[in-house]
Ligand binder design. Structure first.
Ligand SMILES: C[S@@+](CC[C@H](N)C(=O)[O-])C[C@H]1O[C@@H](n2cnc3c(N)ncnc32)[C@H](O)[C@@H]1O
Length: 215
């Protein structure tokens, strides 16, 4: 699947694979929870087109401005300042998506339950979260002390199941590299440390593609 909106996003491959599983297309309605700067929001907007709608939800009001500017050409994007724990949309959507969100929230199961209840019967929930400590820089494990649940990816399939969703597919995938390139650039952006020629395996992203039971 072509994801022009993701540009040089190193985690674009697991996203493309997940969206392929859904058969997402023009006219779909989606919510990107914890949308941040809107990379995924824009990718979704380009897929659903002007007949679809993408709600970009984030608890940080600054994210709304960032998404608005990233999605300026996509009038189907509606940016909302709202916590995932309070997720409430004007309609049931076809897809609720989150990436690198549950690792930061107080209680991931509360947010997953809200995402599930935002989706129409038979619709989809896709969550992508890391196992931070499984990443490696020069053979040494990553750490992310600021995140509440840095290794939540390891629990993600169980959490999704506990939310009453039917898991259709789940896997883990990690970008890797050595020397200059997108992986080193991403790491430098994240940590402000240039890994030089050290080998890097970024934290594996666990993807869970799940379906809301039909009514
Ligand atoms: C690491 S960024 C991920 C951005 C985007 N999902 C991506 O993959 O590029 C995490 C985002 O989640 C937002 N966030 C954190 N806690 C939240 C919550 N409880 N409800 C909604 N958004 C939240 C932050 O403001 C931030 O924009």
């Amino acid at each position: 699947m072509e994801l022009r909106g993701l540009r040089d996003d190193v985690y674009r491959r697991p996203l493309a694979t997940a969206l392929d599983r859904l058969g997402i297309g023009p006219g779909w309605t989606c919510v990107d929870v914890g949308a941040g700067g809107g990379d995924v929001t824009v990718a979704l907007a380009e897929i659903v087109g002007h007949d679809g709608r993408v709600y970009a939800v984030d608890s940080d009001p600054l994210a709304r401005d960032e998404v608005a500017s990233a999605a300026a050409a996509n009038s189907q994007v509606l940016a909302i300042t709202q916590a995932g724990e309070d997720l409430r949309l004007p309609e049931l959507v076809d897809l609720a998506f989150c990436r690198f969100l549950l690792m930061h929230v107080l209680d991931p199961s509360v947010v997953l339950a809200r995402m599930a209840s935002a989706v129409r019967p038979g619709g989809w929930v896709v969550a992508q979260e890391p196992i931070t400590s499984a990443g490696r820089i020069a053979g040494l494990p990553f750490s992310m002390p600021d995140a509440r649940h840095p290794d939540i990816g390891a629990l993600l399939p169980a959490l999704v199941r506990q939310a009453g969703l039917h898991i259709v597919d789940a896997w883990a995938e990690a970008p890797a590299g050595a020397g200059p390139g997108p992986v080193a650039t991403y790491l430098e952006h994240l940590t402000e440390v240039d890994p030089g020629d050290d080998p890097v395996v970024l934290p594996p992203l666990v993807t869970v593609v799940a379906q809301v039971p039909s009514a």
